[in-house]
Design a protein around this ligand. Sequence first.
Ligand SMILES: [Zn+2]
Length: 83
Amino acid sequence: MKITHCPICGIAFEEPVEEETLRFSYWICHCCGCEYGNDDIPDYRDKWIQRGAPWFAERERPIDWNLQEQLRHADLSWNKQTV
Ligand SMILES: [Zn+2]
């Protein structure tokens, strides 16, 4: 399955990426700064938002950026613990 948005913060990827590739990529999201395969968990999203949702690459942040709008594309079930 292709992933089109960061599952943690919901930002659109430049190109869709295979889920398996993303999970073990150790890429760092230029928006939320999570490292896929390491800290791409719901808890990271919660703490990121609590910190004021700072961009990892601050200068790439659009002037009219809207966090709530972007979060609609996040995958809230991504790496969620099913206890
Ligand atoms: Zn992200």
